[in-house]
Design a protein around this ligand. Structure first.
Ligand SMILES: [Zn+2]
Length: 91
């Protein structure tokens, strides 16, 4: 099992998704790029799920992260439970 290096960022401050291309970023109400959140979480100046909870977000990101990485679900869950509470939206 290879250990991943430290996250390079930037990351969505809601779901922890890496923001690597301009299309990954959310948008403000004026249509400008929003640097803190991804477009799945924040579009046109508002959260898509304004009532989301940290626990609910962790459950949502796990299947995506399992698919995007070669890690197993248990490992992804551990990472999500460690990292998501530190993000701006949940702290
Ligand atoms: Zn996000």
């Amino acid at each position: 099992m290879t250990q991943q290096g430290p996250p390079m960022g930037p990351f969505c401050q809601s779901c922890g998704m890496p923001l690597s291309t301009p299309e990954d970023f959310g948008t403000t109400a004026e249509g400008y790029r929003q640097n803190d959140y991804c477009h799945f979480c924040f579009t046109d100046g508002a959260f898509l799920q304004p009532d989301a909870t940290l626990e609910g977000m962790i459950e949502q990101v796990i299947p995506h992260a399992v698919q995007a990485t070669s890690m197993g679900e248990a490992e992804v869950r551990k990472m999500a439970e460690e990292n998501l509470p530190r993000l701006k939206r949940w702290s």
